[in-house]
Design a protein around this ligand. Structure first.
Ligand SMILES: Nc1ncnc2c1ncn2[C@@H]1O[C@H](COP(=O)(O)OP(=O)(O)O)[C@@H](O)[C@H]1O
Ligand SMILES: O=c1ccn([C@@H]2O[C@H](COP(=O)(O)O)[C@@H](O)[C@H]2O)c(=O)[nH]1
Length: 224
C-alpha cells in the first residue's frame, strides 16, 4: 500500500486591522499548548525598504497587496510544509522597514498563518486547510488600532487617524473585506469568541489525532 505523505495543517486567520486576528491566533495556540505549533505573521513579510528614505517609507500604502513580499512568504511557507526550518524576516514598525535580524523557525505540525491579506494571494490560499475570517465592526477596529499603534508601534494619534482615513479604511473595503468569501469560518468579534476558538481548536485536534501527530509530539516532549 502506498504511504500517503503527511504534511502540516495550515490554518489561515484573516480580517481587518484591529479585528482580533492576533488574539484569535494566540488563543488557538494556547488552547493547543503541548502540540507542535507555530504562528507565522504576514506583517513579517512587509517588503524590505532599507534602500528608501524615511519620507518614502512613510508614504507607502501598507494595506495594499504590493506592500508585501509574497514570493518570500510562499517560499518559506512551502519550506515549513516540507518540514524544513526557515529564517523568518522581522519587520520593524518604528523604522518602517525590515530589520537586519531574522528569527530561526523550526517546522511544526500546525501552522497558523495570520494577516490582513493572506486570502488575497491564491498561492497562499491554496496552501491553507482551514480559512478563518475575523469579522469586527469598523468602529471597534479603529478604537483598538489607535490604542495599539500608540502604545506598541510608536505612532501618534494624528498619524493613526490620517493613515486610517487615507489607506487603511479604503484598502480594507477594496482588498480585505472581499476575501471574506474565501473563508470557511467567519468569527464575529475575535478574541472574546470562546465558542469559535473552542470549535476551531477541537477541529485541529481532531485532524492531528487522525494523522497520529499529536501523540508523537507529546511523547517526544515528555521524553525531554
Ligand atoms: N475581543 C476583544 N476585546 C477587547 N480588546 C480586544 C479584543 N480582541 C483584541 N483586542 C485588542 O485589540 C487590539 C488589536 O487586536 P489584535 O488581535 O492585535 O488585532 P489584529 O491582529 O487583527 O490587528 C489589541 O490591543 C488587543 O489586545
Ligand atoms: O510600517 C507599517 C506597516 C504596517 N502598518 C499597518 O499594519 C496593519 C496590519 O497589521 P495588523 O496587525 O493586522 O493591524 C496594516 O493595516 C498597516 O496599515 C503600519 O501601520 N505601519
Amino acid at each position: 500500500m502506498t504511504e500517503v505523505a503527511k504534511r502540516p495543517i495550515v490554518i489561515g486567520v484573516t480580517g481587518g486591522s484591529g479585528s482580533g486576528k492576533t488574539t484569535v491566533s494566540r488563543a488557538i495556540y494556547n488552547q493547543l499548548a503541548g502540540h507542535s505549533l507555530l504562528i507565522l505573521q504576514e506583517d513579517s513579510y512587509y517588503n524590505d525598504q532599507s534602500e528608501m528614505t524615511m519620507a518614502e517609507r512613510q508614504a507607502v500604502n501598507y494595506d495594499h497587496p504590493l506592500a508585501f513580499d509574497y514570493d518570500l512568504m510562499v517560499e518559506q511557507l512551502q519550506q515549513l510544509i516540507h518540514y524544513q526550518a526557515i529564517d523568518k524576516p522581522v519587520y520593524d514598525y518604528k523604522a518602517y522597514t525590515r530589520s537586519s535580524e531574522t528569527v530561526h523557525q523550526e517546522p511544526r505540525d500546525v501552522i497558523i498563518l495570520e494577516g490582513i491579506l493572506i486570502l488575497d494571494d491564491p498561492r497562499l490560499r491554496d496552501l491553507m486547510d482551514i480559512k478563518v475570517y475575523v469579522d469586527t465592526d469598523d468602529d471597534i477596529r479603529i478604537i483598538r488600532r489607535i490604542q495599539r499603534d500608540i502604545s506598541e508601534r510608536g505612532r501618534t494619534l494624528d498619524n493613526v487617524i490620517e493613515h486610517y482615513l487615507a489607506t487603511v479604511k479604503p484598502m480594507y473595503h477594496q482588498f480585505v473585506e472581499p476575501t471574506k468569501r474565501y473563508a470557511d469560518v467567519i468569527v464575529p468579534e475575535g478574541g472574546e469568541n470562546t465558542v469559535a476558538i473552542d470549535l476551531l481548536s477541537t477541529k485541529i485536534r481532531d485532524i492531528l489525532a487522525k494523522d497520529g501527530k499529536d501523540s508523537q509530539f507529546k511523547q517526544a516532549n515528555q521524553q525531554k
